[in-house]
Design a protein around this ligand. Structure first.
Ligand SMILES: [Zn+2]
Length: 502
């Protein structure tokens, strides 16, 4: 009998033998192979995280649901990997996975922008309630563009503007048309779009709507409610400061935006006491160094008055069109002086590497500056030394998968560069960037695509969620409370979802 066994091993190799008796030692090759596998796994961003038994059980169930979803799409011959978000959105919404993600606590949304937060359908319905809201319904010119929404005093309405409410009532197709003008979609992955031109038009269309003080408050209240509904407990906005106004008092100082937002947060906290908000003062990469100096001074002035609200500084806009980060070298030296002058730190949260080109070298600056988190960092993987430095410096990359697809940086989401970052141990979080412009609300869609296309397990998802609080700009005390709350929510989610999926 023994001899027969040995013959089997010699002829057919070890696996057959292991099946019969697991205590038998592995071959040297198998041993090396396992070491190779474990060596790779040890480098991953979530290698330090251990799942509980309940989490392991849930992970298996969720992965099974994912597997089933993939085979269903294959059976239906759905081209999942060559479809745009717009094409598969209805399918996502119907999926069991989406239902699970909607109930999953998300922690914080670390990367979003003022003007890109609240559902466009709501924006239209709320704006039409104001008699003083008008829409431009003529062809684009130097001053205004079609679909631009503006508040005017009676008798001061320029030519080409019509009452929004009257226009919506008299023209049944206009609401849909306006929705399209306020959102940016990639209908499919092949057609040509001048993404950034179209993207910036969306912001221009509501740019004069948001600073109207009564609307401003309503907008953020609704935006935060949508996020809470999607289990987001903390938000950090790249905030472009604008003077709020109304027709009774004219313009308000910049600080009014902050005090009004604090009022909105207090209102929200009556029902959701865990909710918190931070603002990252944002200016533009296309401005010159003198202007950025002024912007930095302004950011420090606001932080002096609201140290708990203003937590950092960023420069936004199309990186291909604006100045490089190193162009602002003198400003970054000035920033250090201002840190001393004001006796407070103003960390940077720069957008860098939102590009597919190696000629965009903005990620190099991130390794040199006091820059806590990186917006996008898509081309970081082409700069291996910098990628390693950023990993060692423990700086987080804010990843926005859907934004990256809609703005044309990634088509097949399986090839998103974040996968390389995650497997190399660079910390990341999941973000929605400008969900209202992309025609959705919440963070569940971004988690859905990350999980389905990047084959993430529950350990990776948990790490991404907890990163969004651990790398937030909450102060130590706030962070401690936020983590306690998130832990409770997470454990509750694991328990309930395990029960539901039994
Ligand atoms: Zn952004």
């Amino acid at each position: 009998m023994m001899k027969k066994y040995l013959t089997y091993i010699t002829l057919l190799g070890a696996p057959l033998f292991w099946g019969q008796n697991k205590t038998i030692e592995k071959t040297a090759y198998q041993e090396s192979w396992l070491q190779e596998k474990q060596g790779n796994e040890a480098l991953a961003f979530d290698a330090d995280l251990q799942l509980s038994d309940a989490e392991i059980a849930l992970d298996k169930k969720i992965f099974q649901i994912r597997k089933q979803f993939i085979s269903e799409t294959e059976a239906k011959k759905v081209s999942l990997y060559n479809s745009s978000f717009t094409e598969i959105k209805p399918m996502i919404e119907k999926s069991k996975l989406f239902e699970i993600f909607q109930t999953m606590p998300k922690g914080g949304l670390l990367h979003t922008h003022s003007g890109g937060i609240t559902d466009v359908k709501w924006v239209i319905s709320a704006a039409r309630k104001y008699q003083e809201c008008y829409v431009y319904d003529q062809k684009d010119n130097d001053q205004f563009i079609t679909g631009q929404l503006v508040f005017f005093e009676k008798g001061k309405v320029p030519n080409g503007f019509v009452s929004l409410d009257k226009k919506l009532s008299s023209d049944p197709g206009f609401e849909k048309q306006l929705q399209e003008l306020l959102t940016l979609k990639r209908d499919n992955l092949c057609s040509y779009t001048d993404y950034w031109i179209e993207f910036e038009k969306r912001f221009k269309r509501i740019s004069m709507l948001l600073p109207y003080r009564p609307f401003f408050k309503e907008y953020y209240l609704k935006g935060f409610q949508e996020l809470i509904e999607d289990k987001v407990q903390h938000v950090e906005i790249r905030f472009i400061f604008d003077e709020l106004y109304d027709f009774k008092n004219g313009k308000y100082p910049l600080t009014t935006s902050i005090t009004d937002l604090q009022d909105v947060v207090k209102e929200i906290q009556k029902s959701d006491p865990q909710f918190s908000l931070k603002l990252i003062y944002s200016s533009f990469k296309f401005l010159d160094t003198e202007n950025i100096d002024k912007q930095l001074e302004m950011a420090f002035e606001l932080k002096k008055s609201f140290p708990d609200m203003i937590t950092g500084f960023d420069l936004v806009a199309d990186e291909a069109a604006g100045h490089s980060i190193s162009f602002f070298e003198k400003n970054w030296i000035k920033l250090k002086e201002l840190n001393k002058k004001y006796g407070m730190e103003m960390p940077l949260f720069l957008h860098a590497g939102e590009s597919n080109s190696i000629f965009n070298e903005n990620v190099l600056d991130i390794a040199l500056l006091d820059n806590k988190r990186i917006g996008h960092g898509l081309n970081l993987i082409y700069f291996p030394k910098t990628m390693e430095q950023i990993r060692k410096q423990n700086k987080l990359v804010e990843v926005s998968p859907l934004s990256n697809q809609i703005l044309g940086y990634v088509s097949d989401l399986r090839n998103h560069p974040a996968r390389v970052l995650l497997s190399n141990g660079v910390q990341c979080s999941i973000n929605s960037d400008d969900p209202s412009v992309y025609g959705y609300t919440g963070l569940s869609y971004d988690f859905w695509v990350a999980m389905v296309y990047w084959e993430l397990d529950l350990r990776a998802l948990k790490k991404l969620v907890f990163n969004s609080v651990n790398y937030s700009s909450l102060n130590d005390n706030e962070k401690k409370k936020a983590i306690t709350y998130l832990n409770q929510q997470w454990n509750d989610f694991v328990q309930k979802t395990n029960q539901k999926l039994n």
